[in-house]
Design a protein. Structure first.
Length: 474
């Protein structure tokens, strides 16, 4: 709901205060420059006009001072209290706004506009259920109030009740006042419902009539990207930045798409463009880290991930990237600390558990490494590579029974795994299970026939002991 609309007052023609009566403008300029507190007007009509001029200019602090003066002269005016509440909402002071709106409601309990603004204030406070209650009360007073319906739909969006929000936005598409905004919001809501093609249609319809809205181009780009049309998404983001060059979300998403397309240097340019407008944009720093990690420039990547975490300490992607880069540059202790930081956020991230296991193994903390791998296969029992890594480590630690069980899981998951069968062979040998050892060895040689000659050459005595045939298995 537009906070510039004041209840039942006549709408202001245009949005340019310069079109106003020259006396009103002179009064405004004099009273909003220098120390003017002692010469506040005492005429309520003058005050009302000054409030409207200030609001049109987004000068809410001045509007609030004039409104407080208005209330001194008209303390029982519900409209004055409503205006003060709306101005406080514009100043993002919703708790104070509610106090004023309560007073307006006492003076005029049947005012749907006042109840609607209560809903807006509750929404700003993230008390969404109370906001919906306020909107419902307003609709009881005025069932077709479009201001109430539109704001109610926005609150339903915030509550992730997208089906209901979409239904309301759709009902407003024919509205002269809200039709265009409802079309854009419907596109956003359908996107949240993963109805991406419908969402894209809404954005296209909106852009046909409002082609210079950078937010619409941004959302269109996002929908196209989610549909896998990355280059078209980039083109939409480019339109968004052409309209508003410093709109950083479009630059970041453009960089992300370029990264996904493998255009790393162009992605880097997009991220730096973002940072030229906002050096604290954590997503851009993180994007740079990802690009440099992929280019193998791990030390530089670590620096960018660190910058991302300065500005966005909860960036999970930056935490993961930093941990991996520390490992890849051999900074094992820092890598371990970084993996621990990631796993404190999500202890079921198997990639990070594997990375942590590899670091612990390099630090010769073998039992801890084994425990990491155990966690991985508990979460993902079909991960044959981790079963194989764990089996080899158990075998090296002379834990042959458990290593055999792990190797058997490898060949169960991948019967063509030569290393799995050779591992079984090794564990059977150490456990004195010679017949099983021979069977595993034969299986490995069937998978890799070249292995036969190598084995016969390197272990002739063992081949003789187990009665290995002197012909290559078929």
């Amino acid at each position: 709901m537009d906070i510039f609309g004041f209840g039942d007052d006549d709408p202001i023609e245009g949005s340019d205060p310069e079109g106003r009566d020259s006396d009103a403008l002179r009064r405004y300029r004099r009273l909003t420059s220098g120390d003017w507190e002692e010469e506040l007007p005492q005429d309520t009509e003058v005050l009302e006009e000054l409030i409207e001029i200030c609001v049109e200019k987004d000068e809410f602090p001045n509007a609030l001072r004039f409104c407080e003066q208005l209330i001194r002269f008209a303390p029982y005016s519900s409209t004055a209290w409503l205006r003060k509440g709306m101005i406080l909402i514009g100043l993002e002071r919703p708790e104070e706004a509610l106090t004023c709106l309560d007073q307006a409601n006492l003076l005029n309990p049947l005012d749907a506009d006042g109840m609607c603004y209560r809903g807006i204030a509750f929404d700003l406070l993230e008390e969404h259920d109370r906001a919906i209650e306020a909107y419902e009360q307003a609709l009881e007073m005025d069932p077709e109030n479009e201001d109430v319906l539109f704001n109610m739909a926005e609150t339903l969006q915030h509550m992730e009740r997208y089906e209901k929000a979409a239904a309301i936005f759709r009902s407003l598409l024919s509205s002269e006042r809200y039709g265009s905004d409802a079309l854009l919001e419907l596109g956003i809501t359908l996107g949240e419902l993963d109805r991406l093609e419908e969402s894209l249609q809404m954005y296209n319809r909106y852009i046909d009539t409002t082609p210079f809205n950078y937010v619409a181009w941004f959302h269109r780009g996002f929908a196209l990207s989610q549909l896998g049309r990355l280059q078209q998404g980039i083109d939409s983001y480019a339109m968004s930045t052409a309209i508003k060059e410093d709109f950083t979300p479009a630059w970041v998403n453009m960089g992300n798409n370029l990264h996904l397309l493998g255009s790393l240097l162009e992605a880097v340019e997009a991220y730096w463009k973002t940072l030229s407008f906002d050096s604290c944009e954590g997503y851009a720093w993180c994007g740079l880290g990802n690009c440099y990690q992929e280019m193998g420039q791990y030390k530089q990547a670590v620096q960018y991930f660190a910058k991302a975490l300065e500005h966005k300490p909860d960036s999970y992607i930056a935490l993961r990237g930093r941990a991996e880069c520390y490992r890849l540059t051999g900074q094992l202790q820092r890598a371990l600390e970084s993996y621990d930081a990631v796993l404190r956020v999500n202890d079921q991230d198997t990639d990070m558990l594997i990375g942590r296991g590899h670091v612990l193994r390099k630090l010769k903390r073998y039992q801890e490494a084994i425990e990491c791998y155990r966690q991985v296969v508990a979460l993902d029992p079909d991960d044959s590579a981790t079963w194989l890594t764990m089996a080899a480590l158990l075998n090296d630690r002379s834990n042959y029974k458990e290593s055999l069980e792990a190797y058997e899981m490898v060949v169960k998951l991948d019967p063509t795994s030569k290393l799995g069968h050779l591992g079984c062979c090794s564990s059977h040998l150490m456990l004195g299970q010679f017949e099983q050892m021979r069977e595993s060895l034969l299986m490995a040689m069937k998978i890799s026939p070249d292995l036969y000659e190598s084995f016969k050459k390197e272990f002739p005595d063992l081949a003789a002991v187990i009665g290995y045939p002197d012909t290559q298995p078929s």
